[in-house]
Write a protein that binds this ligand. Structure first.
Ligand SMILES: O=C(O)CCC(=O)C(=O)O
Length: 462
């Protein structure tokens, strides 16, 4: 790295990850004598990002969510080689046509690590609190190193093991981690670094004294914000709903307009932040209201489920308004079952119900109730007290797998959480080694205000 590089005065910490030996380099932006960031170029790029209204930063649909059109929280656009993360949009700007701040940033990253032959940039924008969930950059043909340069708000970056169930499988798999073209050890040991630290990452473990279940769970929540628990799934659904209700800013009429797939580019949001916040606030209230209604609805299903299991089908007495029996069991439907097949479970078999007015057309409007004889029957809920044409239905909740339930919170925490890094304006992060992607996944969240990042990769043959 040339001493003229903007990174040459950065302090560096290298984290050696326990599995696979991959490394994460954190090159911190220099600070001046007053402790303030001394990052002239990063400041300029940040300003340019904030003010450039032509930046095509917008929320994209994930490849994996083509049907639901689930939008990513963060804003992005791609430059150079296509990248799977957003290549379903068939969008990638050429380097020649990329916005000036992006060109400048790329030039500097290239100069710092020319051997990497980077050919792809993902430019990202995050509003306060927005995050990229746990994922790996496991693009086919991805080079050994991924670089990310941060601008604006600080962000927390987390690394955790990819799959605890397959941990042992990976243990003996010592993958070749070295990138022949790039020796990051040289990079961080280079004399222009003010300081160099190296750490072997230890998994974060909860204190041994935790006995209280709730405390354990709180802890798990903190570490596992993105796991597939029901709560997280619900949060994801709410976000999905929000995407549907979000509006985009129409620059011709200067007003926010409802939109489903597109959201305003980040630059417009920044410039019209008050209007947007007001609008989001209204949407949030609306969503809360919808969510309350849906909770009532689920509660009803649950109550009905409990009631059915307890009710003797011989004396059905619908206590829920709106329900009536459609098949009164004047005759015991099981009476013709040969005695050897009649296990005696019929006493708890419920009758079928129907709703006075048809339920709204929504997914999940019926529920299978397992009876004591492992028979499942369908119970329909009543119509919602308020017609919910405002919100599309929530899909059925995903079930927590039995496997996960059987693990203790402690077990999970110890196994999966590994490393947390605070990235500040001007910092550079390098994930070096394919094993970083193979064994770990990472997540990032902007914690203060608007944050931009430029991530750079080599995709395809060098
Ligand atoms: O925002 C960042 O700094 C990192 C983004 C990231 O994780 C990625 O592009 O894979």
């Amino acid at each position: 790295m040339s001493p003229n590089s903007v990174f040459h005065r950065h302090k560096a910490t290298v984290f050696v990850l326990p599995i696979g030996g991959g490394r994460v380099y954190h090159l911190r932006s220099p600070v001046n004598d007053n402790g303030a960031a001394d990052s002239e170029l990063a400041d300029k790029i940040l300003e340019a990002f904030k003010n450039d209204s032509d930046l095509p930063l917008s929320r994209r649909t994930f490849k994996a969510h083509q049907i639901s059109k689930f939008l990513s929280q963060q804003f992005s656009f791609n430059v150079g080689h296509e990248y799977r993360y957003i290549n379903n949009q068939n969008e990638s700007t050429s380097f020649e046509n990329s916005p000036i701040p992006v060109k400048i940033a790329f030039e500097h990253i290239q100069t710092a690590v020319p051997a990497l032959n980077l050919n792809e940039l993902l430019v990202l924008g995050y509003l306060k609190g927005q995050k990229m969930n746990f994922h790996t950059d496991d693009e086919k043909g991805l080079g050994a190193s991924v670089i990310s340069w941060s601008f604006g708000s600080s962000a927390e970056m987390w690394f955790r093991e990819r799959n605890p169930q397959r941990k042992n499988e990976f243990r003996n798999d010592v993958c070749s981690d070295s990138n022949n073209d790039f020796d990051p050890t040289m990079l961080v040991k280079a004399p222009y670094f003010d300081a160099f630290e190296s750490r072997h990452v230890q998994p974060i473990t909860p204190p041994k004294s935790i006995s209280d279940e709730n405390q354990k769970y709180n802890m798990m929540e903190t570490f596992y914000e993105d796991t597939d628990t029901d709560e997280d799934f619900e949060a994801a659904l709410i976000l999905q709903e929000m995407s549907k209700y979000s509006r985009s800013f129409n620059s011709d009429t200067e007003s926010m307009e409802p939109s489903f797939h597109t959201l305003p580019p980040l630059s417009m949001l920044i410039q019209n932040v008050n209007k947007w916040k007001e609008d989001e606030e209204k949407q949030r209230h609306e969503l809360e209201r919808i969510s309350q209604m849906q909770k009532q609805h689920f509660l009803w299903i649950k109550q009905e489920q409990d009631r059915k299991v307890q009710t003797n089908w011989h004396q059905p007495s619908p206590s829920i308004p709106g329900l009536q029996m459609i098949q009164p069991y004047n005759n015991d439907p099981l009476q013709h079952i040969p005695p050897e097949n009649n296990t005696g479970c019929q006493a708890s078999r419920p009758p079928a119900w129907k709703v006075e007015s048809p339920p709204p057309a929504r997914r999940g409007n019926s529920i299978k109730i397992p009876g004591p004889c492992k028979t499942a029957y369908t119970v329909k809920p009543p119509t919602l007290t308020e017609p919910s044409n405002l919100a599309p239905p929530l899909p059925k909740k995903r079930k927590r797998s039995a496997k996960l339930d059987s693990e203790t919170a402690e077990h999970k925490v110890i196994k999966r959480v590994c490393l947390k890094i605070l990235l500040k304006h001007g910092d550079l992060l390098i994930m070096d080694g394919r094993s970083v992607q193979k064994h770990y996944e990472h997540s990032i969240q902007s914690i203060e205000d608007v944050r931009f990042a430029i991530t750079a990769r080599r995709i395809g043959e060098p």
